[in-house]
Each structure stands twice: as C-alpha cells, then as structure tokens.
Design a protein around this ligand. Structure first.
Ligand code: PBG
Length: 352
C-alpha cells in the first residue's frame, strides 16, 4: 500500500490518480494484459518507425580515394558513378532522402575553403549525376566549409578563431552554388549566428524561394563526430583543435532551445538536433517550442559504438539500431539521420 501512496504523491507521473483509482477498485492494475500478444502490442504502439522516417547520409569520393572508412565500419565512400545504384537501393527500401557529404582530396583544400564555391566540385558533380533521375528521392546537402578547409573548421579563420561575418559571406555563396547544382534541401551545419537568415534571403533573391532549409540548430561540440571527420578526411586537418567557439556546450539545453527558436524565426523550415541518442531531451523541447519538423542525427560516433559492440558480440546490431531509431521517434523526432538507414529500412519493410 505504501508504494501506491507514493504514487499518488508523485505529481510527475501522468495519470497517477486514474491508475490509483483502478488499483483500489480492482485490487490490481494489469499493464501486462496488453502486452501478451503481438496484435495487442502492435495496436497499443504509441509511435511507429517506417523507412519514410530515415535520412541516409552518403559519403562521396573521387575515383582514386579508397571506399573503406576504417573508423566507420559498414559505411563506404561512394564514387560518383556508383550513386545511381545506391539511390536505386535506397528508393527500393523506401528511404525518402539522402544527404551527400564530399571527401575532398587534400590538394583541393585551402584556408578559405574556396573549392566549396567551384561549380565543378565533387558535390556538384554528384548532384549533376543524380538530379535528373526519375525516382523521387530528396537530395540534402550540408552548408559548411569543413570538407574544404585545410584547418578542418566549418568557417573562415581570422586571428585564431572562425570569423562570423567572413564565414556568412562564404556560406551564402556555397548555398547558391548548391542550389544551382540541384540540391533539394540545404542543411547549414556550421553554427554561425545569422546563417539561416542570410542563406534564406540570398536563395529567395536568386529565385530559389522553394528550396527548403533544414538547419542544424542544436549542434553540440561533441566527441562523437570523430568517425565522420575521418570519412571526410578532415580529422587530421582539425588535429587537436575543437569547435567549441561555435558549436553548443553539451551542458546547455536552454541555450540549444534559444538557437532553435532563432533559426525558426530566421526562416528554417525544419530543424536538426545533433548528436541523437544523448540529446533527446533537447529534441523533445525543441519540438514543443517551435512546432517545426525536427530531426535527430544519430551521428557517426554513436553508430560506430553500436557497430563495435555488435562486432564484439555484445549487442544485436539490428535490434539495437531499431530501438535507437524508435526512441528518437518517441521523443518527437520527425525522422532520423542515420548511417544505418538502408539496413534499418530493409528490416522494417519486412516487418518490425
Ligand atoms: C560538419 C559536420 C559534422 C557532422 C555533420 N556535418 C562534423 C563536425 O561538425 O565536425 C557530423 C556527423 C557525424 O558525426 O555523423 N559541418
């Protein structure tokens, strides 16, 4: 009886009063009744995961760059002429969008990331190759300079730090190049103040008012991006430096919320919270505060952890992956960016 009294006191348990009432009347409330059979479990399910929830990040390479990524097992860099086949597979599995990330050869990088504005760069070549495909799949491109800079930062460095104004000018140009090349959604991942407004305005002025922006609003300075940086070839460039002067402190949920609200006000159509698993509290609050479609990014380090545990025989990879993705949905995510998108989509298709 003591436990039930505690339950009644606990204001934080939703419906505690109702439960208590039922308990008193029937002596036992049996949650397990609805957990006995698949039909009941399926029927009572509060959120569902479908292939339509998944965004698949893809790394693109020049032909002479190796496909294997040692720090990101199970993920490959794709040559431009392999993309059609990869997109066919994604479409067949029900995936609705991919995000393209370029591995830019070191000799094409410089301090200002100028390769980002070259209409013949790798990402533009990739877009040109796939943009006229008949099947309808979203092509999302990051707006940030890190694939292109010799120092590995997302912007232009002046006096030892990334300079907001110089970087905004560069991002504006990069966004226009990507829009012209056929990107179908732009995802600014640079975390410069004011970038959504600047990009939105210049897209509109250039006749791209229909092109959506999915902003990485709450992007934390996380130690879980390492494998992504090695996939891109920016890890050695960044060296021991970090991105704490522009990415969020992992301690700061309220600040993350302010970032999201500002991005929404500046015209973002959808938002991203990143990393995924450990930041679902932030995601839940961002959804509540903005009402915008908000995506969780299950980042490279989170994915690599899961792979490593599976390879060591510690976790069932597919079950663990689907649980991660489902929990993102439960927290309110409209969808999830994950390197496991294709595997997950195929698995869900033949029955979760
Ligand atoms: C770069 C960018 C990063 C990721 C996406 N875009 C890394 C970073 O900020 O250094 C991380 C993705 C991942 O780890 O999966 N602007």
């Amino acid at each position: 009886m003591k436990t039930y009294e505690n339950l009644e006191k606990s204001k934080s348990i939703v419906g505690a009063k109702t439960v208590l009432h039922a308990i008193k009347k029937e002596s036992f409330f049996r949650f397990r009744r609805l957990r006995q059979k698949n039909w009941a479990r399926d029927l009572m399910c509060e959120v569902q995961l479908t292939p339509h929830d998944l965004i698949w990040p893809l790394f693109v390479r020049e032909d002479h760059i190796p496909a294997e990524i040692s720090q990101l097992p199970g993920v490959r860099r794709h040559a431009v002429n392999e993309l059609d086949q990869i997109l066919d597979e994604a479409c067949a599995a029900g995936i609705r969008a991919v995000a393209l990330f370029p591995h830019v050869p070191q000799e094409k990088k410089d301090v200002a990331g100028q390769e980002a504005f070259f209409e013949g760069n790798l990402i533009c070549k990739a877009l040109a190759k796939v943009k006229d495909r008949s099947n309808d799949i979203g092509l999302i491109c990051d707006v940030a300079l890190d694939p292109y800079t010799t120092h590995g930062h997302d912007g232009i460095v002046k006096e030892g730090d990334v300079d907001t104004e110089l970087t905004l000018e560069a991002l504006r140009e990069q966004a226009l190049v990507l829009a012209e090349a056929g990107a179908q959604c732009l995802a600014p991942s640079d975390m410069m103040d004011g970038r959504v407004a600047v990009i939105r305005k210049s897209l509109d002025e250039a006749g791209h008012s229909g092109l959506p922006i999915m902003a990485y609003s709450a992007k934390f300075a996380s130690s879980f991006y390492g494998p992504f940086r090695s996939a891109l070839g920016s890890d050695k460039n960044l060296g021991l430096a970090d991105k704490k002067t522009y990415q969020l402190n992992p301690a700061n949920g309220r600040e993350a919320l302010r970032e999201a609200v500002v991005d929404a006000e500046e015209g973002a159509d959808a938002l991203i919270v990143k990393p995924g698993m450990m930041y679902l509290d932030v995601l839940q609050e961002v959804v509540a505060a903005t009402g915008l479609p908000t995506f969780s990014y299950h980042v490279s380090g989170e994915y690599a952890m899961l792979k490593a545990a599976a390879q060591a025989g510690i976790l069932d990879e597919m079950k663990a992956l689907l649980e991660v993705l489902l929990c993102c949905k439960r927290a309110g995510a409209s969808g999830i960016w994950t390197y496991g998108a294709l595997d997950a989509a195929k698995e869900i298709k033949h029955g979760l």
